[in-house]
Design a protein around this ligand. Structure first.
Ligand code: NDP
Length: 286
């Protein structure tokens, strides 16, 4: 006997404002199609005053889970039933999953980064220099610490933001964290195994903007990573690659975030190459 048709996909999606330029829907739906998953991903423009109604709506419509992006990553927490370990340390969530009838908030910003980084180097026992102390840097720092990093030096313009991340790492993880002021043409410590840009420097449309660092302090044995996904070949990564460094770009980070989110919602490990290709197509990257 033929199976009855099923016209009711499981629903996932994103709540953000602005939403129109977020390419996640293209990469997630490409993975759903490729793996024959009976799921949809709906990209929704949700204003801060409508966030609670949107979460209630997702509940009413039986959604499986959703992403929250700017400006909802912290504001959504009161509407959830619990948080995963790193999301609770980071104090922000970007992926919500229904577990045993409860909305649980996870943060895949840093997890996606570490998963991408592992293709070049295992952060366990490594010394890391991290530029930035905003939401992305905080998520990346927490996941690196939970992955066993020996030390993390945070370099940031604003001291207060960096010191808050340093205190969080030293109080709640085994990594040794310290703050270094961002001095002019900052020279990267030679003992750094991994160097990461988690600032917004180099993000489209300011693609000519360069980090204020001494580029001669980058050595070929350093693995160099950048959270900027558009464009993925930032000035920082191009300079490092020319010196012979292994590099990890923000597109790989974004794809891995998607892979982890889909695993939370569907239980399936999807093929990152399908998602990578879909993203490159919609972002017109060759
Ligand atoms: P925030 O606004 O929270 O933080 C911005 C950070 O960049 C701060 O540390 C800020 O320093 C620093 N910064 C901004 N301009 C400069 C400058 N001219 N010189 C030095 N430092 C500067 O943003 P997020 O942390 O959320 O995002 C940062 C970047 O990470 C974005 O470009 C975003 O696209 C990317 N990202 C990528 C993801 C991916 O999956 N690939 C996921 C999430 C984010 P200060 O504190 O001194 O102001």
């Amino acid at each position: 006997m033929k199976n009855a048709p099923d016209f009711l996909p499981q629903l996932t999606g994103s709540f953000a404002q602005p939403a129109a330029e977020n390419p996640t829907v293209a990469m997630v739906e490409a993975a759903y199609r490729h793996h024959g998953l009976h799921f949809r991903y709906i990209n929704c423009e949700v204003s801060p005053e409508n966030l609670k109604a949107a979460v209630d709506g997702a509940q009413a419509m039986g959604w499986t889970g959703f992403n929250c992006s700017i400006p909802h990553k912290v504001a959504v927490i009161p509407y959830l039933d619990g948080l995963g370990k790193s999301a609770s340390l980071i104090g922000a969530v970007n992926t919500i999953v229904k577990r045993d009838g409860q909305w649980i908030g996870e943060n895949t910003d840093g997890k996606g980064f570490v998963q991408a980084l592992r293709e070049a180097i295992d952060p366990n026992e490594k010394h890391i220099t991290l530029f930035g102390a905003g939401g992305a840097a905080r998520a990346v720092a927490v996941e690196l610490a939970l992955a066993g990093a020996a030390s993390i030096t945070l370099v940031n313009r604003s001291k207060e933001r960096a010191e808050a991340v340093v205190a969080l790492l030293n109080e709640h993880t085994n990594a040794r964290a310290s703050y270094h002021p961002w001095t002019d043409r900052y020279a990267i410590d030679l003992s750094s195994d991994i160097v990461i840009n988690a600032t917004s420097v180099g993000l489209f449309p300011n693609v000519q903007e360069q980090l204020n660092i001494d580029f001669d302090s980058i050595t070929p044995d350093m693995v160099v990573a950048d959270g900027i996904h558009n464009p993925p070949d930032t000035h920082f990564l191009k300079t490092a690659a020319a010196k012979g460094c292994k590099t990890v770009n923000g597109l790989q980070m974004l794809v891995n975030q998607g892979v982890i989110g889909i695993k939370y919602w569907t239980g399936v490990d999807v093929d990152p190459t399908v998602m990578h290709a879909a993203l490159k197509k919609v972002l017109d990257i060759h």
